[in-house]
Design a binder for this molecule. Structure first.
Ligand SMILES: *Cc1c(COP(=O)(O)O)cnc(C)c1O
Length: 388
């Protein structure tokens, strides 16, 4: 048996990447001006059926700008998940606002029932403002993460957001290509349902620009404002007149050249991810005490990350990671809860139950788009020894 290293989630650059990047270098358009940037924005917008898109340096900066555009100030609070990557939460603190940590449901995404309960029992809703009774803070926005390429329960979350006048920033950094196939939002892509949506093109995401991000919205005024803020808020470019505190957050032409080549392959990547997901799922769901997390029904998922769950065993997680490592296979636990991390230990939390449960029990196994069936079988051979 081969013992070649199998990485968790690595880039796959076998399309037109070199051709387009070479073109960017040869034409000497390597920075934030250049035709690939606006072209990539246009193509992402078309792909997710949004009226426009604004590029950023990464997903984190896309989230930062989206919270600013949601009107969040240092006086306010933002509802965020605790079971997520920390970049979904840190932008709240960049602004000086405070997070309120919400639990997940069995989709690993934000639990709409607890969200509703929090708004109803912990807050006052007066003059169109949701005020946290404990802190006195105005809850202006929430960050909804579409975890691992799943779709958060937007059908349940959006009416709550509307009822309490909370802006919805979708962190779709892991879910480019995921869309509803049924129901009220049939045909709608993750990232295009709330007020603003954010994508990431980090090296481990489904398509990569090395580092990069994108903001989408159905509100063209918000998009224009996003472009303004990501490009130093120039009111009069020729005379260096600026009318706001802007940021240097725009993507470069080099990154966008990579992005266009990657986007050409996105649907093929999703096919590979789907095939490998089912190989894992069919085998692991038959093993006692283990299963692979489902994705929501009524959606087409991009199947970005696969989660093996140890149903009754808190020790299995670390043991499996160790055994895979010995077989030269990279895996990882799900994220440590953000509300447990040093900068957030004093922050407000609400009824966290499922997030700590999943935190102890989930292992993410290799899911790169260059992983073949033989590779999946090698991972499965190790997992098999763990079934009770
Ligand atoms: C990757 C990721 C981000 C941040 O994206 P970057 O491009 O790495 O800044 C934010 N939130 C989640 C859930 C992510 O997985």
């Amino acid at each position: 048996m081969s013992d070649e290293f199998i990485a968790l989630s690595v880039p796959n650059l076998k399309g037109n990447e070199l051709k387009y990047v070479t073109d960017a270098v040869e034409t000497e358009w390597v920075s934030t001006a250049g035709p690939y940037v606006s072209d990539f924005e246009k193509k992402i917008a078309e792909y997710v059926k949004a009226p426009g898109a604004v590029s950023t340096q990464n997903g984190t900066s896309a989230l930062h700008i989206s919270l600013l555009l949601s009107g969040v100030t240092r006086e306010d609070a933002v509802i965020v998940p605790t079971l997520t990557f920390i970049a979904a939460v840190n932008p709240t603190k960049y602004i000086g606002a405070e997070p309120v940590f919400m639990d997940c449901d069995d989709s690993l995404c934000m639990d709409p029932m607890k969200l509703q309960k929090f708004c109803e029992t912990e807050c006052d809703f007066t003059d169109g403002k949701l005020i946290d009774k404990q802190t006195g803070r105005h809850i202006k926005a929430m960050v909804v993460v579409h975890v691992f390429g799943n779709m958060a329960d937007m059908e349940a979350i959006m009416p709550i957001a509307e009822k309490y006048n909370i802006k919805v920033v979708e962190d779709a950094t892991e879910a480019l290509g995921t869309y509803y196939t049924e129901g009220k939002y049939a045909g709608k892509f993750a990232g295009t349902i709330g007020d603003l949506g954010c994508y990431s093109f980090n090296g481990n995401k489904i398509i990569t620009t090395g580092g990069g991000g994108m903001i989408v919205s159905n509100d063209e005024e918000l998009l224009a404002h996003a472009k303004h803020l990501t490009t130093q808020a120039k009111a009069d470019q020729a005379n260096f007149i600026h009318d706001e505190i802007g940021f240097n957050y725009r993507m470069t032409n080099l990154q966008a050249a990579l992005g266009i080549a990657q986007l050409e392959q996105l649907e093929d990547f999703i096919k590979t991810k789907t095939t490998n997901y089912h190989l894992y799922k069919d085998a692991i769901d038959k093993m006692p005490g283990l299963h692979v997390q489902d994705f929501r029904e009524g959606i087409r998922s991009n199947y970005w990350f696969y989660s093996v769950v140890f149903e009754n065993d808190e020790k299995g997680r670390d043991q499996l990671i160790e055994a895979l490592k010995e077989a030269h296979i990279q895996s990882r636990p799900i994220w440590g809860l953000i509300s447990d991390q040093l900068p957030y230990q004093e922050a407000r939390t609400f009824e966290l139950e499922k997030a700590p449960w999943y935190w102890k029990r989930v292992v993410n196994v290799p899911c790169s788009t260059n992983l073949d069936e033989a590779g999946v079988r090698r991972v499965l051979d190790v997992v098999k020894t763990f079934a009770e």
